[in-house]
Write a protein that binds this ligand. Structure first.
Ligand code: GAL
Ligand code: ZN
Length: 665
């Protein structure tokens, strides 16, 4: 997969005379790769079967002349007008069965057979055309799969595919009725043909149907990706395939998508569309990067790294001096080997005129160009030596799309969000500079000393056994509120105690619960009292040690956080969502009990992270604050790059090399 700096480039937006200048300026900056062509189907195939790749050939050759290779996108996120004219039913429908029309992007239905024919024709010709071109090194299928309107697509073709999916899963309509609990409100089906996508209803929806629909939608996207990846692999086996993902987006199971890729990529926009003044997002950015790395537990690329002001109709703040480099360095610090900046030049046309590029609209280099050029020149040699290295966290966090989906359908508390809840723990580790890896249910967890498994809402025998075995063999497991509530079909357990199938392991029983709508709770831990949020499990302890108790409501004095030794390991049960202060206390206790390795302590807003390879560690100190930081580091550390920790500039960073056993804790 190599290591590069790159840009997302749209030569089709600019006159041909400009291309050479662009290529030269890119080379001067330190760019060695560009991603192109993911939105320009209309240009490459203006009429069915009539392919025109001449301009793309020309740009590729011109770039190659400056030492720049490229990745090409398949253009299925924006089918051209002539395809829509021929097959208007490709345009997706929302849950009101209202079509969403041509004129933006993502105006496609991914199950539509005719649309798939168009794609197969185009992608085959595309792949064949570039198969022998050594400067096309890889592919991106579509663009940010899953990034379309919230409830697309409910069209007849998608519903038919959904029915088939259900038939395969359940076999008989009786089985489906059972698993969906259709006895409720007379929803019983007598034939699969009666089943629809969870369209807009008069009142309420069936949560089991909704969950299967979300799983189906993810599978549909995976199938859509696989179809294109198969063609690309067949025609161009020597080129890699990656995909630009969106952190904790829910629409597609990224673990499964990762299985179809050679490596994963992330689109990293710390500025979002707009971030309110004073909001710290360094921790969320770090978590998303860790997540994308964790999908394959290997280095990844950033396919779109913010390079300027963001915004569509409205416009965000301008990045502060240094901040663009800091953000890119943060991506590297979490395991990115290549950073592709979005975009080369601010676009003069279309929806994204204000999602700026390295160059402004007028094409003359300004501050972003100068800052990023300096960044690339300084960081290039570092990337070269540290490529292939990754962090080796001792703490893992379980991430499950099933739990995410089920809790999106029924968040319980109106503000409960699955990723944000996981982040309450993640941020606790982040503030202590303890690295975290994300894992999925199927992974082998045994190499992690601690496994944080929040919101294990849907429970199966298999998963419960895996938790038991992990603890028996010495793991430290954290379980919490709303665990073991339902089975995999989203029906609540009828006869089991909460947390179902985990009560014996945790040594607690949830006797009652209290949803903290529009209020907070509190927890007493020793002499200190901390806020807690959204939910309180009211616990009865059978066989566990009580670490903290509630300090509010009629259940004040009853257990909130418990711990139990089991086998060679330990299991914690947390009955609530922790506030930052409570999470700090919790992580502190966990780190001490499990003697977790910590990277050097840093002041608030200064992040420490590490990549490791062959017994060498690369330590990054990232200053997300607007003030210079003065940090002490041991003499044995070798400074790489210009800045030293003693004088780390505002929005600056410094990088050190050390032997693995040199690590100060
Ligand atoms: C990303 C997308 C790009 C561009 C960018 C700015 O989500 O992949 O194509 O749209 O956002 O809006
Ligand atoms: Zn559809």
């Amino acid at each position: 997969m190599g290591y590069h700096f790159g840009v997302d480039y749209y030569p089709e937006h600019w006159p041909r005379e400009r291309w050479q200048t662009d290529a030269r300026m890119m080379r001067e900056m330190g760019i060695t790769i560009v991603r192109m062509a993911e939105f320009s189907w209309a240009k490459w195939e203006p009429r069915e079967g009539e392919f025109h790749f001449e301009e793309l050939d020309e740009v590729i050759e011109l770039l190659a002349g400056e030492g720049i290779d490229c990745i090409l996108g398949t253009p299925s996120a924006a089918p051209p007008a002539w395809i829509i004219e021929e097959t208007p039913e490709i345009q997706p429908m929302d849950s009101h069965l209202q079509r969403h029309y041509f004129g933006g992007r993502h105006h496609d239905c991914q199950s539509n057979a005719r649309y798939r024919e168009h794609i197969r024709r185009f992608v085959t010709a595309y792949a064949r055309h570039f198969a022998a071109n050594p400067h096309v090194v890889g592919w991106q299928v579509d663009n940010e799969l899953g990034n379309s309107h919230e409830d697309l697509c409910y069209c007849p073709s998608c519903e038919a595919a959904f029915r088939q999916w259900l038939q395969k899963k359940y076999g008989s309509i009786d089985c489906l009725n059972q698993c969906w609990g259709t006895a409720f409100w007379s929803q019983t089906y007598t034939d699969f043909e009666q089943i629809h996508a969870p369209r807009i209803t008069a009142a309420g929806k069936n949560p089991s149907q909704q969950l299967d629909w979300m799983r189906f939608c993810s599978d549909l996207v995976l199938d859509f990706h696989q179809m294109q990846a198969d063609i690309l692999r067949r025609e161009t086996p020597d080129k890699f395939i990656t995909h630009n993902m969106m952190g904790f987006s829910r629409k597609v199971d990224y673990f499964k998508l990762g299985d179809q890729l050679d490596f994963t990529s992330q689109d990293q926009y710390p500025g979002g569309h707009f971030v309110p003044q004073g909001t710290f997002r360094g921790d969320v950015q770090a978590a998303e990067l860790d997540f994308i790395r964790s999908l394959k537990h290997q280095p990844f690329w950033v396919m779109e790294q913010q390079s300027a002001i963001t915004g569509w109709e409205t416009v965000g703040r301008t990045p502060k001096p240094g901040q663009l480099g800091l953000w890119a360095m943060q991506s590297i610090a979490h395991g990115a080997d290549t950073i592709v900046f979005f975009r080369w030049r601010s676009c003069v046309m279309g929806t994204e005129q204000y999602w700026h590029g390295i160059l402004p609209h007028n094409g003359k280099p300004g501050r972003y160009y100068r800052e990023l050029k300096a960044f690339m020149q300084e960081t290039g040699p570092l990337l070269k030596i540290m490529q292939g290295s990754v962090p080796h966290p001792e703490v893992a966090m379980l991430f499950s799309y099933d739990q995410y989906d089920a809790l999106s359908i029924q968040p319980h508390h109106p503000l409960l969000r699955y990723p944000e809840h996981l982040l309450t723990y993640y941020k606790g580790f982040y503030r202590k500079n303890i690295p975290v890896e994300f894992v999925r249910e199927e992974d082998d967890w045994s190499s992690y000393r601690v496994l944080v498994a929040p919101l294990q809402f849907l429970m199966t025998e298999k998963l419960s056994e895996k938790f038991h075995a992990y603890v028996q063999q010495g793991g430290v497991l954290i379980l919490d509120m709303r665990s073991g509530v339902k089975d995999a079909t989203n029906l609540a357990f009828a006869e089991k105690e909460l947390p179902a199938m985990l009560d014996d392991l945790c040594g607690v029983r949830v006797a009652e619960y209290d949803c903290l709508q529009e209020t907070q709770g509190s927890v007493r831990w020793g002499d200190d009292v901390y806020p807690c949020e959204k939910w309180c499990d009211i616990l009865e302890v059978a066989d566990a040690e009580i670490l903290a108790t509630y300090d509010s409501e009629f259940y004040a004095g009853t257990p909130a956080v418990c711990r139990r030794q089991a086998g060679k390991g330990t299991v914690y049960y947390v009955g609530t969502e922790m506030s930052p202060a409570l999470a700090d206390r919790f992580v502190q206790q966990l780190a001490e009990q499990s003697s977790l390795h910590r990277l050097p302590r840093t002041p608030e807003g200064v992040e420490a992270t590490v990549r490791e390879k062959d017994g060498i560690q690369y330590l990054f100190l990232l200053n997300h604050t607007d003030t210079e930081q003065h940090l002490c580091v041991p003499d044995t550390w070798e400074q790489l790059g210009a800045a030293s920790a003693e004088q780390c500039p505002p929005y600056g960073y410094c990088v050190y090399r050390m032997q693995a056993d040199d690590q100060p804790v």
